[in-house]
Design a protein around this ligand. Structure first.
Ligand SMILES: Nc1nc2c(c(=O)[nH]1)N[C@H]1C(S)=C(S)[C@@H](COP(=O)(O)O)O[C@H]1N2
Ligand SMILES: [Mo]
Length: 224
C-alpha cells in the first residue's frame, strides 16, 4: 500500500520546467517550480474543534505537557517567507507562513539534555523524524496561517510544521504531538523507502541510491 518510493523510482523521467535564471539557485535539482499549491497527504482530512484541540509534548522531557491553541497564540508570533520542496518534484517559492517559531517554543518544553531527535506526531497516523538541531533553525515554524489567511483544512489547519530546508514531507500537517528522543527513529515515509534526513539540494529522496528520476506525479493531484 505504501509503495510511493517504489513508484517514484520506477516512472520515467520528464523534462523540467526552468525557473527564471535569477531564481535558479533556489530550485533544487530535479524540481519544477509551481505557483499553484498542490495538496498531498495520506488518509482523510481531519476536522477539529479548537476548544478540545491540544499539542502534546512528551518523551525525553522533564515533565509532559500540552498546549491549547490559545496558549500557542499567546506566544510571540512570527512571519516567515520561504521556499518549499516536495519529493514528488514540485517546489513553490516565496511562501509566506505565520505561527510560533520552534525556537520560541523550545524553552517552554523542558527537553532533557540528551534529547537529540524529535518525532513529530500528526493526524491521521502520520509521523516524521528530525534532528532537534534542524528544528532549531530560525525559519522553522509551527504555522497556523499561510499567505495571510488561516490554514485551510487541507493544508493542515489548525497547526502544521514548516521545515523549509528539508523535503516537504517533514513539514507535517495537523500536528498533535512533539516527542523528544535520545535515539533517532523513523517516521512514516522514512519507514517506507524515503530518505531519513531529506535534504532537497542533495536530492536525498530515497533511502537507497538507485532510482530513476520520476515523473511529476503531483500534477495528477489536487491543487489550490
Ligand atoms: N499529517 C500529514 N502531514 C503531511 C503529509 C501527510 O500525509 N500527513 N504529507 C506530507 C507531504 S508528502 C507533503 S508534500 C506536504 C504537503 O503539504 P500541502 O498539502 O499543504 O502541500 O505535507 C506533508 N505533511
Ligand atoms: Mo510530499
Amino acid at each position: 500500500m505504501h509503495n510511493k518510493a517504489e513508484r517514484l523510482k520506477k516512472v520515467s523521467a520528464v523534462r523540467r520546467a526552468d525557473a527564471a535564471p535569477e531564481l535558479a539557485h533556489r530550485v533544487p535539482p530535479g524540481q519544477t517550480v509551481t505557483d499553484r499549491f498542490p495538496i498531498l497527504h495520506e488518509g482523510d482530512v481531519p476536522r477539529y474543534d479548537l476548544s478540545s484541540w491540544s499539542l502534546r509534548v512528551f518523551g525525553e522531557v522533564e515533565e509532559e505537557r500540552s498546549f491549547s491553541f490559545e496558549e500557542l497564540l499567546a506566544l510571540p508570533q512570527t512571519k516567515t517567507l520561504c521556499d518549499i520542496h516536495c519529493v514528488t518534484r514540485w517546489s513553490k517559492l516565496d511562501t509566506e507562513w505565520e505561527g510560533v517559531k520552534f525556537t520560541d517554543l523550545l524553552p517552554l518544553l523542558g527537553a532533557k539534555p540528551d534529547a537529540k531527535y524529535v518525532m513529530i506526531h500528526a493526524d491521521e497516523d502520520y509521523d516524521t523524524n528530525l534532528p532537534l538541531e534542524d528544528l532549531q533553525r530560525e525559519d522553522v515554524l509551527l504555522a497556523h496561517h499561510f499567505d495571510g489567511q488561516p490554514l485551510t483544512d487541507k493544508h493542515g489547519w489548525p497547526l502544521r510544521l514548516i521545515v523549509p530546508h528539508l523535503y516537504f514531507w517533514k513539514s507535517a500537517k495537523w500536528i498533535t504531538g512533539i516527542e523528544f528522543m535520545k535515539e533517532d527513529r523513523e517516521g512514516f515515509w522514512e519507514r517506507n523507502g524515503f530518505h531519513n534526513y531529506a535534504d532537497p539540494f542533495k536530492e536525498q529522496r530515497f533511502s537507497s541510491d538507485e532510482y530513476v528520476m520520476p515523473e511529476d506525479e503531483w500534477t495528477k493531484k489536487e491543487f489550490d
